[in-house]
Design a binder for this molecule. Sequence first.
Ligand SMILES: [Zn+2]
Length: 390
Amino acid sequence: MALFNMRDMLSHAHQHGYAIAAFDLVSLDFLEAIIKAAETCRAPVILSLAESHFEYFDFELAMAATEAAAKRTPVPVAIHLDHGASLESAVSAIRLGCNGVMVDASTLALDENIARTKSVVDMAHACGIPVEGELGYVAGVEGEDAEKHPGELVYTSPEEAQLYVQQTGVDFLAVSIGTVHGRMRGEPQLDFDRLADINQSLNIPLVIHGGTGLSDDQFRRLIERGVSKINYFTALADAAADQIRSNLAVAQAGGSYTALLRNIQTPMQAEMERCIRLWGSRDRADELSEVCEPWQPVDHLIIYNASDDSDVEAMIAEGREVLAAIPGVREVFAGEALKDGARYRYCWNVRFCHPAVVDSYRDHPDHVAFADDRFRPVAADRISIDFQAT
Ligand SMILES: [Zn+2]
């Protein structure tokens, strides 16, 4: 298991002057290429899934594969919801296994951005999960994904950034200092002084969206000024598309689906490895694993007997629905003993994403109401314990 707390990963990067790559994935080819690049470089990496891309793949199925990859790899990873649009998006991403979320309310007025971001931070922090906010606006110009970010670029103001971070409690801030989503048109002009001011006043890990097209020197200067996570997608999508075009040229009209996708991971992986080396996260896997909290679920197990077995079925059906909707709950299992005469006949196993959920779940009004009104009257004889894997 190499899933780690992203807050620890990015604060290590921020303290030690390097940036961790956050590569957006839109298919298994992207996921496999990201993992291979990170493993080849012995580097930490962030597996990033953008809500604006959910039209291209099934988020739930992609998360199952992403989590499996994260569990299997020896390098430290986090799984991040990129550009989450709402509180509901963040809750559902956490349920499916994201252990970092971005809330993007950057098109709203400052006070509305603060209010929406704070609602996500309050929920996510109660689940132990760090949050990235965005202030200012990183627009799209051209290239894949650019159309998802319409309008004009708005630079992040250092004064507003301080207010925003204080009032929302975000852990990381995506800043707008001249990069764009998609491809740049012409030579990118970045406002490094502005970035330095923001870094000095906030002292939290900063995030750059729209890394495609920047020069090596520009990346170095960004990282020197507090950028600890770089979102990178368009260049990878372009590398994959170039490979498909060259496969098509070879295969001509006779090319099958698999022939057209042949070697698609190779150019993506090469580009990712270039980024990882340039951004300074190569060979950081071991030191990072030592200082970061391993990301492990908690199993909240309750075994019980019912005072009247005829009340149990309806209570369980209601509990499955109510408890599964509480933030930080990954899964709700309700079971019955296989054999008659077992010491306890029924069980709940509610899986939490993080130990922080033990408290926030217990105090959540929906849980309190269910426990007081429906569960405890039925289950007077019960044992409840929270377990974490040893
Ligand atoms: Zn972005």
